[in-house]
Every structure is written in structure tokens, then in C-alpha cells.
Design a protein around this ligand. Structure first.
Ligand code: SAH
Ligand code: SF4
Ligand code: F3S
Length: 444
């Protein structure tokens, strides 16, 4: 046997689904590069942290985790520690200097260079690559599925973002928007289906602006959705995220047309006030947003609509906040992710506006938003009582080995007594009872 022991890497991921998808790309590149993936931090020779910068809190969590890694490295000085992702890109050398712990720093477009960067670090030199690319999409990389249930998987269809919402760090951390060759997305979806997967979620910061052009052929987002939907009626297709300014009638009609395109749209509104939307550089008004909601509700009855809301953005008054609450009621969101505004260095808001809503006010407004959303989510679940949904079985319920759990097309979790069917199969379930987060039913 060879003297050179194969080095084992362990990846920990923070942030959005795209980051989780990136970790699978990293795992694939490293496996091809002769490294071996490990699910056990204690036995790893290389520890990689794939990080997020979206809010200060996200970075704080990573810093805390680095402190723990410092103690690991004390015990095992040969351990290589690498920082990947958005925080690596945003902070570059600064964090390496500050922490005196990191051996490798690689931004989101540098993952092909990781084997080389790790070699360099292995020979005692610290290595950094945070160059952003205009065309890297990792289209040819076959992701190694990490933490997979073998049933649902994410597929990145584009990278970067050029919307420059004034609060947001993503355009700086992820660079220019670029779409991936549709053929590679279709191939990946088909391969997953053949392996037994039954659900793919197409990912991008703004999937509605997906656009591919080669020769005379162009493919837009509804075109791509359709090409994946027709692969097999048993393959569910989801997507995230939709920017309201780009959600077209064409997309809504394609969702309506194919039963296997899930009836769930994540449409982040951020605020209900025109003044704040303008300051956020979102490029739509409250009325335009509500118009899209009305179109979705009329074209796709029963479609779930979820959203993201930021509270306490610069200059947000009580009146602006009330408009957000009013909009939430009018849109009747089924689900919402809610955040306090967190100023991010480099962004337009950080450079030009004052973060002037006091912390206790942000907290109180957030509480009001969360309380209202709980009512709206509960109302949404109660509307489902007595309804029957097709559920993709994902596995045994965490609470009981006599129950299965899965999700309906609307992305709601459903729990029901086990049947003879297996995870990965579809079953019709009638809702008998609801809790705040789950629909409880029986297979029919
Ligand atoms: N591309 C998606 C969202 C990406 S980030 C979109 O445009 O909708 C996910 C969510 O984080 C955002 O929708 C927003 O609600 C929130 N977010 C982004 N920057 C933030 C900041 N500086 N402070 C608080 N929340 C933020
Ligand atoms: Fe950030 Fe706006 Fe891009 Fe979403 S669309 S990632 S919020 S800049
Ligand atoms: Fe975070 Fe980067 Fe995603 S900042 S939300 S990991 S694109």
C-alpha cells in the first residue's frame, strides 16, 4: 500500500440552499481530486466551512465555529482549515489575518482550484483564491449528494445576482449573474430520476431571469421548467427564488399546465411600503406585487405563496410597518421568512443610508410580523382540513416509527400512518387535523 494516506475532508455548510448545492459541487471536485469525503469531523484531515454573509448573525455563527476549530487544531496541528463561500469572498485576506487559523480561503467561483489550494496548504503555505468569474457555472460537475434522502435534490441553474437590492451582500459575494447550459440541467434531472429521486428544486437568486442563448436557440425560465416537467410526470419540480419584478404570466401558465410542477411559489416581498421598496431598489410597487398575487391566485387555485420580509430597514416608519402588515393580510401568505434588517458592509444601504431604526423597535416590529404570520399560516392550514393531497413520501416521521412524513405540492409537511408504500412513492392523504406547522391525515 502507498505511504500517502488519502486525506479526508469534512464540509459544514451555512446559508441558503445554493450554498448546500455548492458544497455538493465541492465534494465532487475534491473526490475527483483524490480526497475522500467524511461525515465525521473528528477523523477529518481537512475541515471546510462553507459560509454565508447575508446577515451579521450568519457571520457571527461562523466566527464562533472557528473558535471551536481552533481548539481542534491545538490537539491536531496537522489539521487543515478552509473557509469557503460568501464570507470567504467578502472578507478575503482580512479574516485570514484576523483569525490566524485559516489555511485556505476560496470564494464561490474558485472551487475548481480547491485541490491545488489544499495541496499548497498541506505544504505549509496559506492559500487564497477569491477571484469571481463571469462564466463559471460548474455545469459539467456531477455533484456528490451530501445528507441526501435519495428522494429530493437541489440543482443550481444559475449563479450570481445583479439586482443590487440596496441591503444585500449577494451581488458582491457571488458576482455577475450567469445561467447554466440547459442541457446539463436536464441531464442532471434525468440522472437523478433514474437513481430514484422524485423531486428536484431548481435554484438561483432570481430564477425568473434564467436565460440561455447558443446560436439561434434561446431558453428562458418557463422553457427550462417545461423541459424538466416533461421528463416524467412522476418527477416533481420546484424552484426558488422568484423575484417579483420578473415573475411573468408565462411562468405562471407553465406552473398551471403541468401537475408535476409544484403549486408553491416563493415570492419575497421584503416590505409593503412603496417608499421602502424604492429605497431597497426592489423595482416593483406594492400594487404591482399584489397584482402578481391576484394573478397567481386566479390562475392556480390552491397555490401556496410564501415570502421573505425585512423589518426595520433605513427610515422605516410606523406607517411603513403598518403597510407591511396590511400587505401580508391581503396576500394571505401561507408561510414567511422574517428578518430584522442587518447592515452589510459594501452595500448601497451601508454606504448611503443610516441604519436608524433602533434595535428594540426592529424587535417589536418583527414580533408583530411573526405573530401575524402565525395567524395567517394557521388559517392556511385550517383551510386544508378535509382536503386530499398527493404526498411524496420522504420517510418515517421523527415522532413515531408508525408514521410516514412527506410533503404535498404546496410544500406543506404531512404526517400519516404508514401504508405498504415506500418512501419515494406517491400517496393520497386526507387531512384530518392540523397543527401550526403540520397537516395530519390518513392515506386514502
Ligand atoms: N434572491 C432572493 C433572496 C436572497 S437572500 C430574493 O431576491 O428574494 C434571502 C433573504 O434574506 C432575502 O429575501 C431578504 O429577506 C433577506 N436579507 C437579505 N439581506 C438582508 C439584510 N441585509 N438584512 C436582513 N435580511 C436580509
Ligand atoms: Fe439580494 Fe436582491 Fe439579488 Fe435577492 S435579488 S440576492 S435580495 S440583490
Ligand atoms: Fe448567504 Fe451567500 Fe446564500 S450570503 S444566503 S450563502 S448566496
Amino acid at each position: 500500500m502507498t505511504e500517502n494516506k488519502i486525506r479526508k475532508f469534512y464540509i459544514e455548510t451555512y446559508g441558503c440552499q445554493m450554498n448546500f448545492s455548492d458544497s455538493e459541487i465541492v465534494a465532487s471536485i475534491l473526490t475527483d481530486g483524490g480526497f475522500q469525503a467524511s461525515g465525521n469531523l473528528q477523523e477529518a484531515d481537512i475541515v471546510l466551512l462553507n459560509t454565508c454573509s447575508i446577515r451579521e448573525h450568519a457571520e457571527d455563527r461562523v466566527r464562533k465555529r472557528l473558535h471551536y476549530f481552533r481548539s481542534l487544531k491545538k490537539k491536531n496541528p496537522g489539521l487543515t482549515i478552509g473557509l469557503l463561500g460568501c464570507m470567504a469572498e467578502r472578507t478575503k485576506f482580512a479574516l485570514m489575518e484576523e483569525e490566524q487559523l485559516l489555511d485556505v480561503i476560496a470564494g464561490p467561483d474558485s472551487y475548481r482550484h480547491l485541490p491545488g489550494l489544499l495541496e499548497q496548504a498541506g505544504s505549509g503555505q496559506r492559500a487564497i483564491d477569491t477571484i469571481l468569474s463571469a462564466d463559471e457555472t460548474y455545469a459539467d460537475i456531477n455533484p456528490v449528494r451530501l445528507d441526501s434522502n435519495g428522494i429530493s435534490s437541489f440543482i443550481s441553474i444559475m449563479r450570481g445576482c445583479e439586482n443590487f437590492c440596496s441591503y444585500c451582500v449577494v451581488p458582491y459575494a457571488r458576482g455577475q449573474e450567469r445561467s447554466r447550459d440547459p442541457e446539463t440541467v436536464i441531464r442532471e434531472s434525468r440522472d437523478l430520476f433514474i437513481q430514484g429521486y422524485r423531486e428536484v428544486t431548481l435554484l438561483g437568486q432570481n430564477v425568473n431571469s434564467y436565460f440561455w442563448k447558443e446560436g439561434n436557440e434561446t431558453v428562458n425560465f418557463p422553457g427550462l421548467l417545461e423541459r424538466i416537467a416533461v421528463l416524467d410526470p412522476q418527477l416533481r419540480v420546484r424552484f426558488a427564488t422568484s423575484h417579483p419584478k420578473d415573475l411573468s404570466l408565462e411562468v405562471i401558465e407553465i406552473i398551471e399546465k403541468y401537475p408535476n410542477i409544484c403549486k408553491a411559489i416563493h415570492l419575497p416581498v421584503q416590505s409593503g411600503s412603496d417608499k421602502i421598496l424604492d429605497k431597497m431598489n426592489r423595482k416593483y410597487t406594492r400594487e404591482e406585487y399584489l397584482g402578481k398575487i391576484r394573478t397567481i391566485r386566479s390562475k392556480i387555485p390552491g397555490c401556496a405563496i410564501s415570502t421573505d420580509i425585512i423589518t426595520g430597514f433605513c427610515d422605516e416608519t410606523e406607517e411603513d410597518h403598518k403597510q407591511t402588515l396590511e400587505l401580508m393580510k391581503e396576500a394571505a401568505f401561507d408561510f414567511a421568512f422574517t428578518f430584522k434588517y442587518s447592515e452589510r458592509p459594501q452595500t448601497i444601504a451601508a454606504e448611503q443610508y443610516e441604519d436608524n431604526v433602533p434595535a428594540p423597535v426592529k424587535e417589536r416590529r418583527l414580533r408583530e410580523i411573526i405573530e401575524l404570520q402565525q395567524e395567517l399560516s394557521s388559517a392556511s392550514n385550517h383551510r386544508d382540513l378535509g382536503e386530499t393531497f398527493e404526498v411524496l413520501i420522504e420517510g418515517e416521521s421523527k415522532r413515531s416509527d408508525k408514521q410516514y412524513f412527506g410533503r404535498n405540492s404546496q410544500n406543506k409537511v404531512m404526517v400519516f400512518p404508514k401504508t405498504s408504500l415506500k418512501p419515494g412513492e406517491y400517496v393520497k392523504v386526507k387531512v384530518k387535523r392540523v397543527t401550526s406547522a403540520t397537516l395530519i391525515g390518513e392515506a386514502i
